[in-house]
Design a protein around this ligand. Structure first.
Ligand code: S6P
Ligand code: ZN
Length: 205
């Protein structure tokens, strides 16, 4: 099995008139949410072609299809006005010199924004627009990173422990993964003498 997406709480109907106020607890020790509606697990095999060092990627995957990151979500009706929220956990590690990272995506409704709040770890939010702007925002515990509408986003763990973040985004946003899968991000983050370094992506199209 490659990645998996598990719908944990299938009894919760995602209809506007059924949704009620709720509260949830984030457990940063056990790295989960209380009563998550879904749990996404993404492995190395879902990132083919995304890492610069393809030889290291092939060698790693031959040994094990390592879990790179996980996402727990509290789901709500996928309509304008509602907000999806959840916990993302990017594990520490590297493929060659490049740190573990999420696939990254634009929102299908391009103008929708997102907020990330770092709870634990050290990372960067890599972002870019279709117009060619880019930004890499550092993530440390208790920093919040705002992803404006139009900006593709990818979380990168540059530390030695899990990178935990709470995220909140408009429920109708949707995900466009295809553009990043095809083009990549303009910039990458690699380790250079023990420190993260932002470099141009030579494979960017
Ligand atoms: C969704 C939001 C996050 C990501 C998560 C995993 O809009 O940005 O929940 O889904 O960080 O990243 P990705 O790129 O695999 O969806
Ligand atoms: Zn997003």
């Amino acid at each position: 099995m490659k990645d998996f997406v598990q719908t944990v709480n299938s009894t919760m109907k995602k209809e506007k008139n059924k949704i009620k106020p709720f509260t949830f607890k984030i457990d940063i020790v056990n790295k989960t949410l209380s009563n998550p509606d879904s749990h996404i697990v993404r492995k190395l095999s879902s990132m083919k072609g995304q890492y610069l060092d393809e030889t290291s990627y092939d060698e790693m995957i031959k040994k094990e299809d390592t879990v790179l990151y996980e996402v727990y979500e509290k789901l709500v009706p996928e309509m304008e006005g509602e907000l999806i929220q959840g916990l993302s956990i990017v594990h520490p590690g590297k493929v060659g010199k490049e740190y573990f990272m999420t696939k990254g995506h634009f929102h299908s409704v391009l103008e929708t924004a997102e907020l990330y709040f770092c709870l634990k770890g050290h990372g960067y939010m890599m972002m870019e627009t279709p117009e060619g702007d880019w930004s890499a925002e550092e993530l440390l515990p208790y920093t919040a990173s705002y992803v404006p509408g139009r900006w593709a986003h990818r979380s990168i763990n540059v530390g030695n422990e899990d990178l935990l973040m709470l995220f909140v985004y408009p429920a109708h946003a949707g995900h466009n993964y295809a553009t990043i899968e095809t083009k990549g991000f303009r910039k990458l983050i690699i380790e250079d003498n023990g420190n993260p370094k932002i470099i141009d992506n030579p494979k960017w199209k």
